[in-house]
Write a protein that binds this ligand. Sequence first.
Ligand SMILES: Cc1ncc(COP(=O)(O)O)c(C=O)c1O
Length: 394
Amino acid sequence: MYKNDFPFFSNNEFVYLDNAATTQKPSSVIKASSDYYSNYCANTHRSSFGPANIATQKFEDTRKALKEFINAKSNSEIIFTKGVTESINFIAHSYAKKFDTVIISSLEHHSNIVPWHMQNRSLKKGLKVVACDDNLNFDYSHFEELLKKHKNAFVSITHISNAFGKIHDIKRITTLAHKYNALIMIDAAQSLAHASIDIQDINCDFFVMSAHKTFGPTGVGAVYVKETLLKEVDPYQTGGATIQKVTYNESTFLASPYVYEAGTQNIAGVIAFHEALKYLKNLDFQTVRKEEEDLYEYLHQELLNIPGILLYNNTQEAIASKSFNIENIVHDDIGILLDKMKIAVRVGHHCAQPIMDKLGIIGTIRVSLAFYNDKKDIDLFIKALKKAISMLKD
Ligand SMILES: Cc1ncc(COP(=O)(O)O)c(C=O)c1O
């Protein structure tokens, strides 16, 4: 029934199971973007005529809505970016350079690995990886060992793994990090679509979000920075809109968030993101979450019935994404055949090559769910998968 709100589904025959890559957008989001361009297209925070004032007000309304959505304390803690990748690069560049060690989990997306490599960190030089067990569970005692050993560490951990759907207990991880005086950033790219977030309860220091994975537009993301840390975060990019006063000799900067939002922003995208947040807020979260859990379990059970299935984790502490392989079949071949049968899944390493290496594989077939998926989608996918397997085994 939710699918009626998302034009993609009436314009496509595809069964869409690639939500970890990007989610579909409700009509309200698409309309808000087009309304901006059609009716009040003007730059924000600069001019003071009518349409410019409307654009600025609506842009700031999104900031307030996101602040409320995650229960942050103040609007100044919410800084808009292009997405999680830019958010992590921002914090890595403008804050986390000063730490000797960065601790990540085994399940990180490349966006939470490569920015650290750009600081010349490797396993031998300041990057440490928390181990996980055979069900991809985070190893808390190894984490504690690393925190004890590395006194000047910054922790950067994903909340929900895009490749395997594994959920990290970010409150427990944050509490442990703080016990050893380490600050922590959470990669929440996959979070807002599947979890309800109370940032003050989690108490992490940085929290990075992505609109396009949250039923909003592409090219928009945000960083939450705990208020008490804002003064310690350097400007990332600088230029127009970040400054208080510029002379030929020096520049002085505005306070957060403006100091961190250089140049013209993705105004339409930020404004439209507000509609995605409103849409999510209007859902009955408990019901939607239960439906997603049931569907995830159903998918898992159906996959277990496929001969030669290779799964990498069960459904405990996991949601939305399920990765698998079929014995003696190349994942890419399955992907090609599923596309022909109008099933949209992703095949490959899912920007998580290190964990693929650790598992001794080069990639998987990944099904990733959102609240609008239903049993019929899974049944069509399983039918197509069985057909693809029989074609490839013959
Ligand atoms: C866990 C995780 N981190 C980071 C990213 C990058 O996010 P963005 O596309 O917003 O840059 C993704 C996208 O797949 C992701 O799933």
